[in-house]
Design a protein around this ligand. Structure first.
Ligand code: NAG
Ligand code: NAG
Length: 246
């Protein structure tokens, strides 16, 4: 009986198309941003961001601050975001020790835009930061349980996705090359192109596998790791196909 000849296909995409934000998210620099247009506590907003593998946004430069403020104004046109939108800065764990955002006057080059006199911590447990219409976008500290809008930020992977397929002698795809430990999600795909597009539109996707289940059904697996990012000792060769064994 003929053994199927196996062909390993690997190809890089253009870097420019690898950095696509999901629908409804807005690109700036190496991140995608999403405004939560419902009012939530800081904790709930954080968990909504986390459900998309994102975090509450932290403005790390005047440019990013300006982008986020303009995005809020755009999303809440013409009235603006009212009492503001949560950002990632907080001193929940230790009073005065602000995570993600340095304090004014602290000896650091890190960006901050606290409003004059803020955080004042006037009210015990004003442990979460927001920005918005209040004082033209400067940051203020508030009770984390207040209901505010919020901005999520999702970092974009900095390398090009690869794909990796095994194709039998009949031209059909017979098995995936990467093992399952780094699968972000599985979906039904029409074929190579739709699976590749799904990978490109997921900011955390760095490679994908397509597995033919027969009867025209294909499973598309999006992975958060690509072969070139794996440690050499984790890469194994199985039947002429390189995979990860982690
Ligand atoms: C703080 O943010 C506002 C609004 O984005 C901006 O106009 C101002 O220049 C910022 N200040 C600093 C110190 O970055
Ligand atoms: C600088 O930050 C530390 C915590 O990281 C804090 O204890 C200290 O009070 C800050 N200094 C100023 C001047 O804000």
């Amino acid at each position: 009986m003929d053994v199927l000849s196996v062909l390993l296909l690997m190809a890089g995409f253009e870097a420019s198309v690898a950095t696509v934000c999901p629908m409804g998210w807005h690109r700036y620099g190496k991140a995608c941003y999403f405004v939560i247009k419902e009012l939530n506590t800081w904790y709930k907003a954080k968990s909504i961001c986390a459900a998309s593998h994102a975090s509450l946004a932290v403005p790390n430069s005047l440019e990013e601050q300006t982008f986020i403020l303009e995005l809020l104004q755009l999303e809440f046109n013409p009235d603006g975001p009212g009492n503001g939108a949560w950002i990632g800065c907080n001193d929940i764990d230790k009073e005065g020790d602000w995570q993600n955002c340095p304090l004014r006057g602290n000896d650091t080059n890190a960006y901050q835009n606290w409003s004059e006199g803020k955080p004042d911590n006037r009210h015990f447990a004003a442990d979460c930061a927001m920005m918005g219409d209040w004082r033209k976008g400067e940051w203020g500290d508030q009770f984390c349980t207040n209901l505010r809008y919020a901005t999520c930020e999702l970092a974009i992977i900095d390398y090009d996705p690869l794909f990796c397929l095994q194709i039998g002698s009949d031209g059909r795809i017979i098995s995936p090359c990467l093992t399952d430990n780094h699968v972000l999600m599985e979906l039904q795909a029409q074929g190579l192109v739709s699976c590749g597009k799904a990978c490109l539109s997921h900011p955390k996707c760095s490679s994908f596998n397509l597995k033919d289940q027969g009867q025209g059904k294909m499973v598309c697996k999006l992975n958060d790791l690509a072969l070139q990012n794996a440690a050499k000792e984790d890469v194994v060769e199985i039947e002429n196909c390189y995979g990860l064994d982690l």
